[in-house]
Design a protein around this ligand. Sequence first.
Ligand code: R5P
Length: 261
Amino acid sequence: MDWGMRNRLSGIMRPDTGRCVMLAIDHGYFQGPTTGLERPGETVAPLLDHADALMLTRGVLRSAIDPGRRVPIVLRVSGGTSILKDDLSDEDLTVSIEDAIRLNASALALSIFVGGPHEKETLTNLARLCDDGLRYGIPVLAVTAVGKEMARDARYLGLATRIAAELGAQIVKTYFCEGFEKVVGGCPVPIVIAGGKKIEEREALTLAYSAVSAGASGVDMGRNIFQSKWPAQMIQAVRRIVQDGQTDAEAWEWFQASIGK
Ligand code: R5P
């Protein structure tokens, strides 16, 4: 791996822990103005000091994020569908490598839909993106997107994450599931977990703790942070688990004290 690639990766995954708290705010690329992200610049401003990386689209990056903020950017470069369609797997690449370089992206993110109607296109798009990334020293984060009908179990997620790594992704984002150790064990590159739909703060902290305890290299979490009534406290509590080695119970105690409960 060349110097540029390693340097970008170490900006995302803290070198001393090998872990990452990535804040995901890319939901609008197919969901439009997601609850909590109507004005993304205002939502993320108080959170960025606590994030190791920020995952978003180029449109929100250019329009809402101060270029003076020193936060590594994980740029969403796949899309082309919306929630109005039944089949969300019909994605293509939506950003050129030149624009990603212009934006100083630390990584490129793309969804793959293993088992979906457009499985092949999303996988070959991943392979092409990895070639572009390798050419310029930019890592690729593959998102294992799950179709409405698909089970989020260790067998399926183990298959999807391994394929992503085999095709060249340097980081894989997936969902936590029972038997997650098997998913991590079968994937030769770091895995981060998505938070998924908003759940109670206590549960979301347990999710983060269970994932890192089972070998995840951190989180790429969105709604469970920015849809919380206490987003700044929530991202700091998650950070305590991922980067400071606290248990979910310890982080929950801190969270409650910090919101005055
Ligand atoms: C999907 O819309 C995006 O890739 C999100 O970044 C991903 O699902 C993580 O966000 P959340 O924690 O809200 O699931």
